[in-house]
Ligand binder design. Structure first.
Ligand code: C5P
Length: 311
């Protein structure tokens, strides 16, 4: 097959935190019905597509050595999907520059898939419609459509039925990155196990509706946002990784307004008053020895962004 040499294309996509993650039940297809409020964060991964004889993946940045570089990586699948849709040979090298914590419940792998779809669409001159790319995004994973969209959104279904949310204030976060990762399917399985126990509703009451949170986001009411953050998967993540309790407590003691496990964990996200407070909380948390690494981030930020090509 003749490989066409084209200029490289890069795209970036954000990680996320779920301000609200309500699990509404297990579906027949093995997925859980969710009601969630996503917020895209200023930690972004970048995927660069360039010419190669065969499809290959390389990774740099934090945790790069833990990332598969074969067909199981979402960027590999994304390149194959776009190439197939436009009849191109997938002769591309995909380089991922990681900035989003790996296996942390912050949609790092999903952001890479989202960035790869858009970078490949540009690289191959595929001209695919945004909706086609969003359909491919959902095929890659439940969080990938949100990484495409960015901003803040209310998600239903697997989390992919997205409605933009009015969000009047920038939220400042400290992220405590744990010593090891948690597998998303394992956390959902633990959720099901805990939910099947007698009195589960009183031990771990469901977080309920996100209406008050949505109103607070629209009004920029930070104390109410802090008071209404919630995650139905948190008890399952804590059950599989009990040390996270110390991390959550340390973040509160360091002066955060609120803290919660991000998505399926184990990253703990702490909402802070402002950027200065986030810096102070991050310094304190780093000194407390309750996590592997501390980062600050803000949001909402835009979704997938294809970088201008230098001519
Ligand atoms: O869609 P994605 O591949 O990211 O999901 C990974 C796994 O997480 C699924 O196979 C499923 O076990 C679990 N999951 C779920 N319900 C969701 C999203 C994910 O049970 N809404």
């Amino acid at each position: 097959m003749l490989t066409v040499v084209r200029p490289p294309v890069s795209a970036s996509a954000p990680g996320k935190v779920n301000l609200h993650l309500g699990v509404d039940g297990l579906r027949g297809d093995g997925y859980h019905e969710l009601t969630t409020v996503f917020c895209a964060l200023s930690l972004r991964d970048t995927v660069t597509v360039s010419t190669s004889d065969t499809l290959r993946v390389t990774v740099s940045g934090e945790g790069a050595e833990q990332i598969p570089t074969d067909h199981t990586n979402l960027v590999w699948k994304a390149a194959e999907m776009v190439a197939e849709a436009c009849g191109a040979y997938p002769g591309v090298a995909l380089h991922i520059d990681k900035n989003i914590p790996v296996a942390g419940g912050m949609a790092g792998g999903s952001a890479d898939g989202a960035a790869a779809l858009f970078a490949c669409n540009e690289y191959f001159h595929a001209g695919l419609e945004r909706q086609t790319l969003l359909d491919m995004a959902l095929e890659l994973g439940s969080d990938v459509p949100f990484c495409v969209m960015g901003g803040s959104a209310l998600g239903h279904g697997r989390g992919e039925q997205l409605l933009p949310v009015l969000h009047r204030t920038t939220l400042h976060w400290v992220l405590a990155i744990a010593h090891r990762g948690l597998s998303t399917p394992a956390v959902f399985r633990e959720y099901d196990r805990l939910a099947a126990r007698p009195h589960a509703h009183t031990t771990n009451p469901p977080i309920g509706s996100p209406d008050v949170l949505l109103q607070a986001l629209a009004g920029g009411d930070l104390p109410t946002i802090a008071a209404t953050l919630g995650n139905d998967l948190q008890a399952a993540a804590l059950s599989l990784y009990p040390e996270l309790r110390y991390t959550l407590r340390a973040g509160q003691e360091a002066g955060a307004l609120a803290g919660l496990v991000s998505g399926s964990g184990p990253t703990c996200a702490f909402l802070c008053e402002d950027a200065n407070s986030a810096l102070a909380v991050s310094a304190e948390l780093a000194g407390a020895g309750v996590c592997r690494m501390v980062r600050t981030a803000s949001g909402p930020v835009p979704g997938v962004t294809v970088e201008e090509q230098a001519n």
